[in-house]
Design a protein around this ligand. Structure first.
Ligand code: GDP
Length: 206
């Protein structure tokens, strides 16, 4: 499925326009600027598919992507959908925006039985910050399986990677819904992308 051209099918600003539950879903979450759109585009080998969280209008929606060529009929559903969740953690976000984000995301997380895993992206240079920990708390509360993906690995020294992986694994060790394996990626250099594709395939077939 990662050789097919993927297509954007829907932006979901609230639960009333959520597509009916069908294929397994895998979602990507992360602070704005963490490199989420770059990672999705690199993963699906399509520049410009996922747009940066700075794109007006795309900021507060769940964006659905599926491999192209499926009609969507019940006997012709795509094998997998990828959901790009709105970025969080804008420094100057007003409280109403943060509340709207939390409501949209929590409603989705709580009610989506086809959601198999959320990949939570963490900038390798910064590690897990307070607002990331808040989101992990939300995922634990909703009991949705999630996995940490470090981004921009090319921006740190290779010798610093083992310690970073250890510290990140320790930070999530007691979190009930966290998947223990940490993935480390660079969209720029392509590091870790095959491992991420492999993880997604395995999850989608479970
Ligand atoms: P988003 O807001 O999370 O969707 O982040 P973007 O994908 O738009 O990336 C934010 C910034 O980080 C952009 O300037 C990207 O070029 C840069 N970036 C993203 N991924 C990488 C990476 O793997 N390595 C490096 N060095 N820069 C990256």
């Amino acid at each position: 499925i990662f050789v097919k051209p993927w297509v954007f099918i829907r932006g979901v600003p609230n639960m009333s326009v959520l597509p009916p539950e069908g294929p397994p879903e895998i979602a990507f979450a992360g602070r704005s600027n963490v490199g989420k759109s770059s990672l999705i585009n690199a993963l699906l080998r399509q520049k410009g598919l996922a747009r940066t969280s700075n794109t007006p209008g795309r900021t507060q929606e769940l964006n659905y992507f599926v491999p192209g060529g499926y009609s969507g009929a019940l006997d012709d559903l795509p094998p997998l959908a990828i959901v790009d969740m709105p970025g969080y953690g804008y420094a100057e976000a007003p409280k109403e925006k943060v509340d709207a984000w939390t409501r949209l995301v929590f409603d989705y997380l709580r009610g989506r039985s086809t959601l198999k895993r959320v990949f939570v992206l963490i900038d390798a240079r910064h590690g897990i910050k307070t607002n990331d920990a808040d989101v992990l708390g939300l995922l634990d509360k909703a009991a949705v399986s999630y996995q940490i993906v470090l981004t921009k690995l090319d921006k740190i020294k290779p010798t610093a990677v083992p310690k970073l992986l250890e510290a990140t694994a320790e930070a999530i060790r007691k979190r009930p819904a966290a998947y223990p394996q940490i993935l480390a990626t660079s969209s720029e250099k392509g590091a870790g992308l095959d491992e991420l594709r492999e993880a997604i395939l395995t999850i989608s077939q479970q």
